[in-house]
Unconditional design. Structure first.
Length: 176
């Protein structure tokens, strides 16, 4: 399933040292059609790539396919999964003192046509909607968010979007 383009460490240092720790693994899809990327946005103004946490016994590819389908209604083409970013994140958890999360961001494509979404309760509560937008538009929207206390992932998402934007501006080859 491709190779790791870059690996990043993101430590918000907003947590209590020596407290309880929750570890999570997640997979997210970087899906581009033309100049626009598939993103999810919620009621707090945040925009992020679709994806989510791995279930027990799941492979990275299984999680990516399941999460993108649930959140967006689009079906990932399994053979399209290519190179990826890996982000090691440490931030304040809830209810744990510290969340340590590894997020794999795979470049991939989706089939034509959108199916019905299957949102989790918290995703419904956050009023997640699907959009296709350019990276500059998405980054600008995320930068306009003044209070990220309910959406701490916005820091990670914006960082990854900036890294993709840098790669695109340098015309680095990205397999999609």
């Amino acid at each position: 399933m491709g190779q790791c383009i870059k690996e990043y460490n993101l430590d918000l240092k907003d947590y209590k040292e020596g407290g309880s720790v929750f570890r999570r693994r997640a997979v997210r899809g970087i899906i581009k059609q033309g100049e626009k990327y598939l993103v999810i946005h919620g009621k707090y103004g945040d925009y992020k790539f679709p994806g989510g946490g791995m279930k027990e016994g799941e492979e990275l590819s299984d999680t990516l396919i399941r999460e993108v389908r649930e959140e967006t209604g689009f079906q990932v083409l399994p053979d399209s999964m290519r190179d990826y970013f890996l982000v090691h994140e440490r931030r304040k958890g809830e209810p744990e003192d510290l969340l340590e999360m590894d997020s794999w961001y795979y470049f991939c494509q989706v089939e034509e046509g959108q199916h019905e979404r299957n949102l989790d309760d918290y995703e419904k509560e956050y009023d997640y909607q699907v959009s296709w937008m350019t990276l500059p538009e998405i980054i600008q929207k995320n930068e306009e968010v003044k209070d990220s206390s309910r959406i701490p992932w916005i820091v990670r998402e914006t960082m990854v979007m900036r890294k993709i934007q840098e790669m695109e501006s340098k015309k680095e080859s990205v397999s999609v």
